[in-house]
Design a binder for this molecule. Structure first.
Ligand code: ADP
Ligand code: MG
Length: 665
């Protein structure tokens, strides 16, 4: 298979920019779908509004004047006669066309009209005939250094050179059944639609493909699951459980109580537990996981809790140690940065059963880890993991019960459709005494306000998170960097407060030290990349400031915001951005993660920078579970039928679909 760098026009620099926005393969590039289309009118000059983007037909009336600037930039100006008057045209970087732009030539100009100057700033000029009354222009999520035009060029070049190599995941049978065009044609049309109807048609086709692939994956894993043995039978001492629950420093909410009950029942039942525990950020899922692991340990089985980041694993570990301090249950922490020696020690003790509960990251599912009698597996922030990873745990004993926890709520009907036999516990109620977090959208120019809002909180001995999306890694990035932010904060707050940094590239030990200092209020302002996004719990932090907020998906913002408002004080979240304010305003209005995730479902996959990281189950490029539910149901049915057809066992497409399961995650 060809690679991105094989596409003509993509050099090392554009390659790294593309990588930055999550485009790593040829397939990523050609499925980088437009997030919207501009429909350009073709009309009389007189009927066009100031600043409107238009297509206009005309004849060149004056010899183009060419100006060259440094860095290879150039600009041409000429006059254009149109049926409704003369207009000036100026266009950048088309010097190579000069010899063709003779006086009297018919051209079509696409651009924006400045009515007062009577000049069109053209984005494109066409010498061929355009037959349509309107032009549909795809608009892509880009990054600085790659323009919309560049993106379109790369995609079309990739399709031209390698279109045939792009894997089509819809089996022939269904292609024919629904009269779908092939993948290459579909991609060509979605990136260059000539009419609205055609666009609609191929959009459905591409959505179907994506959902087919997804449902095939789910069905396949379910099928694999069924082949496995049934679950454990345990007897849980409810009296002992109740006594233990009384030692927790707060009272469980009703929803928490119900969830615990459901899980304990599952653990006791001889059927294998396969349960999703969903609840908004801050609703208190962790304590439920702890109770489940406690119950499991009482019955003599091991538990593993898997978290998506080391910070979170570490936090769970510390909390769990505190939680179990009056018991003799042995707990261990296993992450990528656990030393080799320690790791081997832990492997040994997991193998012989000395350790009852292990908390960790992906390190838990490495091949070296073999459990003595693993009875329960819990994954926190489930949406961060892929389906395949969860299925990968090794165990000497029977197949363990599984609990998934997620703060990205999925409507129950959808969850049932997708996960089929999975049970769902939902926590709707937040713990008592929580106040709604006030959210503000601010411009970069309002930074002074932001600083004084921070100061107000700091004076009350509260703490502040400041989020920057990237650390200095490419000089081309105009994003505010963590270090710059620190300097800015130091300048503003002098030595009054301690400011520190955590970011993804830091060694984990160093990260933990700073997180702990923040937890103990030895650091008051924590500047960070999104490593704090999930799960981190420091109740004394009351302010969350997010720079370049437009770079994040709404669910990510909601997760980040969920880091504050964890204590009893009023908390606030400040989103700083000069663009995309409409979308961000949703955050001012909404505090229900469910509604936000629905909004995000609609918008996601389109330029959410964290699309790469969130390569969990729910990330779609074009389909939406909510809006394309009918297609989803059909794809579910078809993929199941396809999976179960015996004679296709050696079918190479089936193989490719199965491979794509590992690849996707
Ligand atoms: P999430 O569901 O986002 O994982 P956590 O489990 O981290 O939320 O809980 C958030 C905070 O709320 C923690 O500090 C936790 O100790 C606290 N908490 C959980 N349940 C309750 C409760 N019933 N009453 C009061 N505080 C609670
Ligand atoms: Mg959590």
């Amino acid at each position: 298979m060809a690679e991105l760098k094989d596409v003509k026009g993509i050099g090392p620099k554009s390659l790294s920019l593309l990588n930055k926005i999550g485009i790593n393969t040829l397939e990523d590039l050609v499925t980088h779908y437009p997030f919207r289309y501009d429909v350009l009118k073709r009309d009389d000059l007189s009927k066009i509004e100031d600043g409107e983007k238009i297509i206009i037909d005309g004849k060149i009336e004056s010899v183009p004047i060419l100006m060259r600037f440094k860095a290879g930039l150039n600009k041409m100006n000429f006059r254009l006669v149109t049926p409704s008057g003369i207009v000036g045209v100026s266009i950048f970087n088309r010097a190579f066309l000069k010899s063709k732009l003779l006086v009297g030539t018919d051209v079509i100009i696409i651009g924006k009209l400045d009515k007062t100057k009577n000049v069109i700033t053209a984005s494109d000029i066409k010498l061929d005939v355009l037959s349509n009354k309107v032009k549909i222009e795809p608009i892509y999520h880009c990054t600085s250094g790659i323009t919309n035009k560049n993106m379109s060029t790369y995609i079309n070049m990739a399709l031209l050179m390698f279109g045939k190599e792009i894997q089509d995941y819809i089996p022939k049978k269904y292609q024919e059944k629904y009269n779908f065009v092939n993948k290459k044609t579909a991609l060509n049309i979605i990136h260059n639609p000539s009419t609205g109807e055609k666009l609609k048609e191929v959009t459905i086709r591409l959505k179907y493909e994506e959902l087919f692939q997804f449902m095939f994956k789910i069905n396949y894993l379910k099928q694999q699951n069924k082949k496995e043995k049934n679950g454990l039978y345990r007897h849980i001492d409810r009296e002992q459980m109740n006594q233990f629950i009384k030692t927790i420093p707060f009272t469980l909410t009703n929803d928490q109580k119900i969830a615990v009950e459901e899980i304990l029942n599952d653990l006791e039942s001889p059927n294998r537990m396969n349960r999703l525990l969903q609840g908004d950020v801050g609703s208190g899922k962790t304590v439920i996981a702890f109770l489940a692991m406690y119950a499991n340990a009482l019955c003599g089985y091991q538990s593993a809790l898997m978290a998506p980041t080391e910070i979170l694993a570490n936090q769970h570990y510390q909390n769990l140690c505190e939680f179990l301090k009056n018991t003799d249950i042995k707990v261990a922490l296993l992450t990528g940065s656990t030393s080799k020696k320690e790791k081997n020690e832990i492997y040994k003790k997991l193998n012989d059963g000395t350790i009852s509960i292990v908390i960790g990251t992906h390190a838990l599912i490495q091949d070296e880890v073999a459990y003595h009698n693993l009875g329960l597996v819990i994954t926190d922030e489930q949406h961060r993991f892929g389906v395949y990873q969860r299925a990968n745990l090794q165990n000497k004993g029977v197949k363990p019960d599984v609990l998934y926890m997620s703060a990205t709520p999925i409507p129950r009907t959808y969850a049932l459709t997708i996960f089929g036999d999975m049970d769902v516990s939902t926590i709707k109620e937040q713990p008592k005494g929580r106040k709604k977090i006030t959210t503000y959208v601010k411009k970069n120019s309002e930074i002074k306000d932001v600083l004084s809002m921070m100061y107000e909180e700091l004076k009350k001995n509260h703490q502040v998170y400041v989020i920057a999306p990237l650390i200095e890694e490419s000089e081309t990035s105009d994003l505010t960097t963590v270090n710059e932010l620190r300097d800015q904060m130091k300048l503003a707050f002098k030595d009054k407060y301690r400011i520190d940094i955590v970011h993804g590239k830091m060694a984990s030990g160093a990260k933990d030290i700073i997180m702990n200092q923040f937890k103990n209020n030895e650091v008051q302002i924590l500047i960070s990349t999104t490593v704090v996004e999930v799960g981190v719990d420091v109740p004394n932090a009351t302010t969350m400031v997010i720079f370049d907020a437009d770079r994040f998906g709404l669910s990510t913002l909601h997760q980040l915001r969920g880091r504050v408002g964890r204590g009893t004080s009023q908390s606030q979240c400040i989103l700083i951005s000069d663009s995309d304010t409409e979308r961000l305003k949703i955050m001012e209005r909404e505090d229900d993660g469910f509604v936000i995730s629905e909004e995000d479902f609609k918008l996601r996959g389109h330029g959410d920078l964290f699309g790469v990281k969130q390569s969990g189950d729910m990330t779609f490029k074009i389909a939406s579970i909510k809006n394309d539910y009918k297609i989803l149901l059909q794809a579910k049915k078809d993929s199941k039928e396809y999976l179960e057809e015996e004679e296709t066992a050696a079918d190479s497409l089936k193989e490719k679909l199965i491979q794509s399961i590992t690849k996707v995650n």
